[in-house]
Design a protein around this ligand. Structure first.
Ligand SMILES: O=C(O)C1=C[C@@H](OP(=O)(O)O)[C@@H](O)[C@H](O)C1
Ligand SMILES: C=C(OP(=O)(O)O)C(=O)O
Length: 463
């Protein structure tokens, strides 16, 4: 169960430590890990996964797929770490779960699994923690209702529905052609996953590209899926339903969204020279690194290669003087989870950073625009909140003052706020007090241990 739901808050003060040096490896990609379990659970036969992220969000997905009939097991550590084996039930054969599916803190688990359940003749109730229970579900209820699924959801402020929610699926469901009203890989994926067990062709039209792991992995598992890109960039994704998925052997690359915290930390802390190995660089995910380079960050790609059908490289990151920029809103979907830590980089840059087009950040685990404004202000940064972003006037490499004695930044059950403000603490005079570090375990359970290791590597002479 989600640790933040069962234990007391765990506050911590993050303070300036030594430079970040040596070599580290961040855990597997969260998006790919969720999808490995879901698609493995729908294939006929045994899927094997190495590099799976063992964070609470992914474990929520695993528990739900077990409750619907799949067998999912972690084998003892082999040469390339633990291996997960998944014995799938086959598309169309998910079982009725006996209890409510507890999604913890995970929006991805909730929305993608709603897609799977929608086209099976089963009923499932979805529950989650206080953060997830505030997030909008109308965006998936709408297309999945068009496919024939039936929803009873708690009302939301904007009328769109939220958890707790009961979904009665239907088989056969109706194939639809759906144009995404919001740039969301979760909505796209929910419709495509529902399409797997739907006769005919399910179409998703995506005016703005979002992360494409579902498309890549569905093809990898043998589904018939095509992607057509129009001259204006609009993508039309078509999936042939009643698919038969073939089990796969998957190596999950490192999560660029987790690497992001170490990249920014190494850029900000004087003397740092850090290599982060095996970072996924799928172009629909990796825009942060380009933005940081545009700000003057020294980020080098070493040994670019392919892992599990995704581009990967080792990133060498050196302490750099950063300059504020206006971030092109067109890149937002390709770094949507990285803005909190980009704001921290901007707070230490020289000059002004302007971000726009970030409305979606307000409906993540917390309202990441308002929460980061409050957190950075408490740490002494100069920040202005707008309707769709933040304007940040950086210190020009002067450390932030840090949070005052007796005051802590509020993380609102949001892992990315906690880790971003930990990085701010490394670049502060008196440290940054974070009110609760428990949510970090949802996506990056070894974050604090890796941070301690990277900061100590030089002192210990370790590499
Ligand atoms: O599909 C996915 O795996 C994800 C999509 C994104 O959400 P949205 O689709 O809501 O933007 C992202 O924020 C989340 O961390 C993971
Ligand atoms: C938004 C995130 O995740 P989810 O939507 O899966 O809760 C995230 O990890 O930053």
């Amino acid at each position: 169960m989600h640790s933040a739901a069962t234990s007391a808050p765990r506050p911590r003060r993050f303070t300036a430590a030594g430079p970040l040096t040596g070599r580290i490896r961040v855990p597997g990609d969260k998006s790919i890990s969720h999808r490995s379990i879901m698609l493995g659970a729908l294939a006929v036969g045994r899927t094997r996964v190495t590099g799976l992220l063992e964070g609470e969000d992914v474990m929520s997905t695993a528990a739900a797929m077990r409750a619907m009939g799949a067998s999912i097991e972690r084998l003892p550590d082999g040469a390339s770490g633990p291996e997960w084996v998944i014995d799938g039930v086959g598309v169309g054969s998910l079982l009725q779960p006996k209890q409510a599916l507890d999604m913890g803190n995970s929006g991805t688990s909730t929305r993608l699994l709603m897609g799977l359940v929608a086209s099976h003749a089963i009923t499932a109730t979805f529950i989650g923690d206080a953060s997830l229970s505030k997030r909008p579900m109308g965006r998936v209820i709408e297309p999945l209702s068009q496919m024939g699924a039936d929803f009873t959801a708690a009302p939301s402020g904007n009328g769109g529905g939220r958890l707790p929610l009961t979904l009665r699926g239907i088989a056969p469901a109706v194939p639809i052609s759906y144009r995404l009203p919001v740039a969301s890989a979760q909505v796209k994926s929910a419709v495509l996953l529902a399409g797997l067990n739907t006769p005919g062709i399910t179409t998703v039209i995506e005016p703005v590209p979002t992360r494409d792991h579902s498309e890549r992995m569905l093809k990898g598992f043998g589904a018939q899926l095509s992607v057509d890109v129009a001259p204006d960039g609009t993508r039309t994704i078509q999936l042939v339903g009643e698919a038969e998925l073939r089990p796969q052997t998957i190596e999950v690359p490192g999560d660029p969204s987790s690497a992001a915290f170490f990249v920014v930390a190494a850029l900000l802390v004087p003397g740092s020279d850090l290599v982060i190995e095996n970072v996924g660089l799928n172009p629909t995910r990796a825009a942060l690194f380009g933005v940081l380079r545009d700000m003057g960050g020294q980020i080098e790609e070493l040994d670019r290669r392919n892992v599990g059908g995704e581009p990967v490289a080792d990133l060498r990151v050196r302490h750099s003087a950063l300059t504020g920029i206006a971030v092109d809103p067109a890149v937002v979907p390709s770094m949507v989870d990285e803005f909190p830590v980009l704001f921290v980089a901007a707070a230490l840059a020289s000059g002004r950073t302007l971000t726009t087009g970030l409305e979606e950040l307000r409906v993540k685990e917390s309202d990441r625009i308002a929460v980061m404004r409050a957190a950075l202000e408490l740490a002494g940064a100069t920040v202005t909140e707008t309707a769709d972003g933040l304007i940040i006037d950086g210190t020009g490499a002067e450390p932030l003052p840090g949070t005052p004695e007796g005051a802590a930044v509020s993380t609102h059950l949001d892992h990315r706020i906690a880790m971003s403000m930990a990085v701010a603490g490394l670049a502060s005079r008196s440290g940054v007090e974070v009110d609760d570090t428990r949510p970090i375990a949802t996506s990056f359970p070894v974050f604090e241990a890796l941070l301690a290791r990277a900061s100590r590597a030089e002192a210990d002479g370790a590499a």
